[in-house]
Design a protein around this ligand. Sequence first.
Ligand code: UDP
Length: 192
Amino acid sequence: QNLVTILGIPFINTTKHQFEKIIHERISNHKNTFVVTANPEIVMYANDHQDYAALIKSADYIIADGIGIVIGAKILKHPIEERITGYDLFTHLLNWGNHHHKSAYFVGAKPEVIKKLQKTVAEKYPQLTIAGTHDGYFQDDQEIVADIQVQQPDMVFVATGYPKQEQFIQKNRHTAKGLWMGIGGSFDVLTG
Ligand code: UDP
């Protein structure tokens, strides 16, 4: 991996297209994969919270979501090829999953948003299997995780905001083989 480290956080340095190809291949080969989409807020939070920094460094890939990261890298004279936002990667993977008959599980956002998301995804990406959905306001993750384990989705999208989404993924990522990715407010954006 070609990495660029900013405030101790190692970012993958590829173009968006190259990164998409890496992820397609890993999903197709059922490789367990944790992607962190890090914006400047996340980097600053990690800088103040060592446990969170260690957690995100345990991911397979940290991508530069946020122009601030790309500009910072340039100033530090270790430029990053391209910004890759969580939202862009999310919608790209829905589209790719639709064309390749993959399945996805969605955890996060308010009950009415996740309900709307289910409808939007079914309409826009009819060949993508919705393995399951759950809103992001739960006390206990056991039931959700048990369902993910049964469903074995190719992709698990967790949109409960940082640091919760990354904590959920690190704890549970080994229950399904595919991609696990935290994507903040993306369900609200897609349905909004
Ligand atoms: N959210 C959630 N559970 C919570 C708190 C927040 O599912 O306990 C959702 C919220 O509804 C929104 C997203 O997480 O859809 C947070 O979006 P934001 O843009 O604030 O993400 P961040 O920048 O914090 O990662």
